[in-house]
Write a protein that binds this ligand. Structure first.
Ligand SMILES: Nc1ncnc2c1ncn2[C@@H]1O[C@H](COP(=O)(O)OP(=O)(O)O)[C@@H](O)[C@H]1O
Ligand SMILES: [Mg+2]
Length: 402
C-alpha cells in the first residue's frame, strides 16, 4: 500500500520541524487520545512523522460527570468551572503518561494542541435572549495543561471558526485534507467516534472543494443502549458481541432512517444534544412497544448507524463526487458488525481502516489537533470554510504560554 503523500516515515525531517502533541477526547468521553508527531512545512505541503499514539482511559467518575454536564442536565456555572480545571489536570496527566509510554522526554515537546472535551455544541443559531445565537464549549483548561507540562498549549479551537460564521465543526477535515487528499483518487474520510463525520476530498481538489459534515450517530446510540441494559456495567458493545446475538428489527430501522437530521443539508453538525438522552428514551420506548430484546435493539441501532452513514453518502456525496476510497478511523472501526454492514452497503467502493495509510484508527483526531496547533503557532488558518460554513479561513485556538 502506498503511504499517504504527506506522511513521511524514513526520510529526514527539515531542521525547523516541531514536536507537537495532540490531545483529544470525543463525545464518547471514553478516554484521552494522545498523538505525538514531528511536523514541518506549511499547509498544504506539511510533512508529518507520527512518533506514537497512546490512549488513556477516562476515570469512571470523571466520565460520569462529563456525560451529566453534556446531556444538558441542569448544572451550575460553578460545576462547569470546576470540571474545566479538573479536566485540565486529567489532560495534563494524560500528556505526561503518554511521554513516559513513548519514551520521549517532556522537554522535547515544542507545543501541545488540546481539543479538550466538548460539553455543549449548538452549531446552528437558535433563539436565545431574543437573538439567534450559537455557541460551543470545550473544556479542560489549557492554562492548567501548560502549567503542569511546562509546554505551551493551544486550546479552544472551535470558537474562532464559529465567530466567523462557521459551525465550529468539523475541524478534522483540515487534517484529512493534509493527510489523505490525492491527485488522482477521490476519497472520503469517515470517523466513527460518538458521532460519525465524513470529509469528502475530490481527486486533485484544493481545500475550497473539500466538504464535510456529521452524518449522525456513530457509537453514541450503541453505547447508550449497552450502558442502559447492563446498568452501566458495560460501556460499549465490545467486538459487537451483543449485536451479533440479536436480529435487526426492520420496521424500527426504517423508522429510524426517517429521522429529520438525516435529511438536513450540509453543513451540519451534531452531538449529544440530539442523539443523547432524549433520543435514547424514545428508542427504548419504541423497543418496549415492539417487545424487542436488548440484543435486537443493539443490532438495530448498529444497522441504523451504518445505514445513516450510507444514506448521507447517497444523498449528499455520490451525486456530486464519485468516491473510490473511504478511509475509516475512530473507535467504531473496532466494531465488526458496523464495519461489515458499511462495507457491504458501499461495495464496490474500497472501505479501508486509516492504519492502511499509516494513521492508527484511534490516533487520527488527536493528530488533527496537533496539526491545527502547529498551523496556529505559525499564524496560519486551520479551518476549512467549505466544511464548517465559516465566511473565511480563521486562525484557530488560544495560546497559553508555559
Ligand atoms: N473493541 C471494540 N468493539 C466495539 N466498539 C468499540 C471497540 N473499541 C472502541 N469501540 C467504540 O468506540 C467508541 C470510542 O470511539 P472514539 O473514536 O474514541 O470516539 P470519541 O471520539 O467520541 O471519543 C467506544 O465508546 C465504543 O463504542
Ligand atoms: Mg474517545
Amino acid at each position: 500500500m502506498e503511504p499517504a503523500p504527506r506522511l513521511c516515515y524514513k526520510f529526514p525531517m527539515p531542521k525547523n520541524s516541531m514536536i507537537v502533541m495532540g490531545l483529544m477526547s470525543g463525545t464518547s468521553a471514553d478516554g484521552i487520545e494522545v498523538a505525538l508527531a514531528q511536523i514541518s512545512g506549511a499547509s498544504p505541503r506539511i510533512k508529518i512523522r507520527l512518533i506514537g499514539h497512546v490512549s488513556v482511559d477516562m476515570d469512571k467518575a470523571v466520565r460520569a460527570e462529563i456525560l451529566r454536564v453534556a446531556e444538558g442536565i441542569k448544572v451550575s456555572a460553578g460545576e462547569i468551572s470546576q470540571l474545566n480545571f479538573r479536566l485540565g489536570e486529567v489532560f495534563a496527566e494524560a500528556a505526561l503518561t503518554a511521554c513516559k509510554k513513548l519514551r520521549v522526554p517532556l522537554r522535547k515537546l515544542d507545543l501541545i494542541g488540546s481539543h479538550g472535551q466538548t460539553i455543549f455544541h449548538q452549531g446552528k443559531a437558535v433563539p436565545f435572549l431574543h437573538e439567534p445565537t450559537r455557541s460551543t464549549l470545550q473544556i479542560a483548561e489549557p492554562a492548567v495543561i501548560a502549567a503542569r507540562t511546562g509546554i505551551t498549549t493551544i486550546g479552544d479551537f472551535r470558537v474562532a471558526d464559529m465567530a466567523t460564521g462557521g459551525q465550529g465543526a468539523p475541524l478534522v477535515p483540515f487534517a484529512d485534507w493534509i493527510l489523505y487528499s490525492h491527485p488522482k483518487i477521490s476519497r472520503a474520510s469517515l470517523n466513527l467516534g460518538g458521532i460519525a463525520n465524513i470529509t469528502v476530498m475530490p481527486a486533485g481538489a484544493g481545500a475550497t472543494k473539500v466538504f464535510a459534515f456529521d452524518t449522525g450517530p456513530a457509537n453514541m446510540l450503541i453505547d447508550a443502549l449497552v450502558s442502559h441494559f447492563t446498568k452501566g456495567r458495560k460501556r460499549f458493545d465490545r467486538n459487537a458481541q451483543i449485536a451479533m446475538r440479536g436480529n435487526c428489527i426492520s420496521s424500527l430501522l426504517s423508522e429510524l432512517l426517517q429521522d429529520p437530521y438525516l435529511r438536513l443539508s450540509p453543513p451540519k453538525s451534531s452531538g449529544r444534544e440530539y442523539f443523547g438522552r432524549d433520543f435514547l428514551a424514545k428508542l427504548l420506548a419504541k423497543g418496549r412497544t415492539l417487545r424487542a430484546t436488548p440484543e435486537d435493539l443493539v443490532r438495530t441501532a448498529t444497522a441504523f448507524t451504518a445505514l445513516s452513514v450510507v444514506d448521507a453518502l447517497n444523498r449528499f456525496v455520490f451525486p456530486k463526487t464519485k468516491i473510490q476510497e473511504i478511509i475509516v478511523s475512530g473507535g467504531g472501526t473496532h466494531n465488526p458488525v458496523l464495519m461489515a454492514q458499511l462495507e457491504a452497503a458501499l461495495s464496490p467502493i474500497k472501505v479501508m481502516p486509516s492504519s492502511q495509510l499509516g494513521v492508527p484508527e484511534d490516533a487520527k483526531e488527536a493528530l488533527a489537533f496537533a496539526l491545527i496547533a502547529y498551523e496556529t503557532w505559525h499564524r496560519r488558518p486551520g479551518n476549512i470554510p467549505s466544511a464548517t460554513g465559516a465566511r473565511k479561513p480563521a486562525i484557530l485556538g488560544k495560546i497559553c504560554y508555559a
